[in-house]
Design a protein around this ligand. Structure first.
Ligand code: NAD
Length: 519
């Protein structure tokens, strides 16, 4: 695939055998406190590291969803009147257990999602961080008071627990996304039912086991947390259940397009975290050292399988050639292989369909006038024919063609050139998604323009850092086909609660609002 086969490539460590990986998964899972019986099922849990089997688990059926929702509704009756700071104590305990078992859970994330050990630990750290944030939040679920227009009246808003929250999650953040939802939902007084990705059952069993332990330790109602492993049918049953008050779904735009109308049709609430086609603008004044590092981490890290992965670079014509050369040079030094080995920076794709999608995208890019500068080749096939390791690709494009406008969930970064900032911003925004964005510039006016109302149209806009690696303190999510949802920090908690406006009359009279007379 590459036009440049002669360049030196990074070392590619050998791969572990399946028995070793299965033993590591089992040890990590049991250390988290999961029940051995969970591994006595008939559905294979696989690792993208070799394509081999790690364990067998049991999937729920769609029919079991109704029972789970019934149990959650019962738990809600107790949980919603439990004082929020007491609910916070459960989340505090979860955070402690996550810190204690950070490495165990990270092992499961690496084995199932193919993340490097450092990135997998980062994912668990993010879970600990959201627990900290949510514990603080449990004392800050503030409502406002407003001046009433009537004498002797008080006007205020109060926030109450919403009800059962259904969480559907994607393979690439197998535990963090659940924790963003769960830590906040729990302090808000809502029980959670989780349907994780089919590809990552062991990570979810590990995380759910830790929360079960926290529930037992703090005496919270048992069914404030339930895990339902399973396929799309289980997800659909959650989507359609009238007692699921909020459906929080993370995954592809295709999935969101199916889920949103179904939940809306029953007047449920939904929170969608869908795909992204994230870009960085690199201005003439940019510090290229910074830009190269930011691009390589955001575009090649996690093998291009983050929702916030950088998929487009829009670089000024005066810097684009040097930038491409330097990014390609950095790409050639990336160690690709077993993500649990020290020094490896790029692990496997999740599976064969992801590889096929990447190959098809590169073919389309070439047909649409693109030039593959480096990468795109499958490697380590001889060691593991059922695993899909690829060299991250850099592709120069003559314009923003159809393939550039779509999200390909693999490590391909398309590079476009621009002359004027307005043109760059227009190109930046001319894609269906609106998740994450960045500009590399030393010109403050350009940075401000990018962050302004007529700048980036994304939910996340950064200056002088890449598109991925958000902190949990801010609200996370994006616009357009990314779904419009916001999770984790800031006031994202409001999605998990219902607001009541209260007017209290202590005047002894009954004046009507707007001066209306009715007598
Ligand atoms: P996916 O859409 O294939 O699956 C996600 C989840 O949805 C799985 O649990 C799946 O079983 C379930 N599902 C699929 N169709 C469903 C339906 N009709 N009804 C109910 N449930 C259904 O996504 P994936 O391949 O696991 O993850 C990759 C995608 O997720 C990418 O597009 C990525 O950008 C996106 N993502 C977005 C965010 C974000 O926060 N915006 C975070 C992570 C991943």
């Amino acid at each position: 695939m590459t036009t440049d086969e002669t360049q030196p490539t990074a070392t590619r460590p050998g791969l572990p055998d399946d028995t070793d990986l299965a033993a590591r998964a089992r040890a990590a899972l049991l250390a988290c406190g999961a029940d051995e019986a969970a591994l006595a099922g008939d559905q294979p849990a696989r690792t993208p590291i070799t394509g081999g089997e790690l364990a067998r688990v049991t999937w729920a059926t769609a029919a079991e969803v109704d029972d789970a929702v019934g149990r959650a509704v019962e738990a809600f009756a107790t949980w919603r009147t439990t004082p929020a700071p007491v609910r916070g104590a459960l989340v505090k305990r979860l955070g402690e257990l996550l810190a204690e078992h950070k490495d165990d859970l990270a092992v499961l994330v690496s084995l199932e999602a193919g993340k490097t050990t450092s990135e997998a630990r980062g994912e668990v750290q993010e879970m600990i961080d959201i627990c900290d944030l949510a514990v603080g939040m449990s004392r800050q679920l503030y409502g406002r008071t407003m001046p009433s227009e009537r004498p002797g009246h008080r006007l205020m808003e109060t926030w109450h627990p919403l009800g059962v929250v259904g969480v559907i999650s994607a393979f690439n953040f197998p535990v963090a996304v659940w924790s963003w939802n769960t830590a906040v939902a729990l302090v808000c007084g809502d029980p959670v039912i989780w349907k994780p990705s089919e590809a990552t059952p062991l990570s979810s069993l590990g995380a759910a086991a830790l929360l079960d332990r926290a529930i037992a330790d703090t005496g919270a109602p048992q069914h404030v947390s339930q895990l339902l492993l399973g396929g799309r049918d289980v997800g659909e049953a959650l989507v359609d259940h009238p007692d699921v008050a909020l459906l929080s779904a993370t995954g592809s735009t295709r999935m969101g397009r199916e889920v949103a109308p179904r939940v809306a049709g029953r007047f449920g609430r939904y929170l969608l975290e869908l795909g992204g086609n994230n870009a960085a603008i690199v201005a003439p004044s940019a510090d290229l050292d910074l830009a190269v590092r930011g691009i390589v981490f955001a575009a090649a890290g996690t093998a291009g399988q983050r929702c916030t992965t950088m998929r487009r670079v829009i670089a000024h014509s005066s810097v684009v050639d040097e930038l491409v050369e330097r990014v390609a040079a950095a790409y050639r030094t990336l160690a690709i292989g077993d993500p649990t080995t020290d020094g490896v920076l790029v692990g496997p794709l999740i599976g064969a369909p992801a590889y096929e999608t990447m190959t098809a995208a590169l073919t389309a890019a070439t047909e649409q006038g693109g030039q593959i500068v480096c990468g795109g080749t499958r490697v380590l096939e001889d060691l593991a024919p059922d695993a899909y390791y690829v060299e991250p690709a850099v592709v120069r494009m003559p314009g923003q063609t159809a393939i550039v406008r779509q999200e390909t969930f693999a490590p391909i970064v398309y590079v476009l050139a621009y002359e004027e900032l307005d043109e760059a911003i227009a190109l930046h925004n001319a894609v269906p998604h609106g998740l994450s964005s960045s500009i590399f510039t030393a010109d403050q006016a350009e940075a401000e323009r990018f962050l302004a109302a007529d700048g980036s149209d994304c939910g996340i806009s950064n200056v002088n850092i890449g598109t991925s690696g958000a902190e949990i303190g801010g609200a996370f999510g994006g616009e357009k086909e990314t779904g419009g949802g916001r999770e984790s920090g800031s006031d994202a908690w409001k999605a998990y609660m219902r607001r009541a406006t209260n007017t209290v009359n202590y005047s002894g009279e009954l004046p009507l609002a707007q001066g209306v007379e009715f007598a």
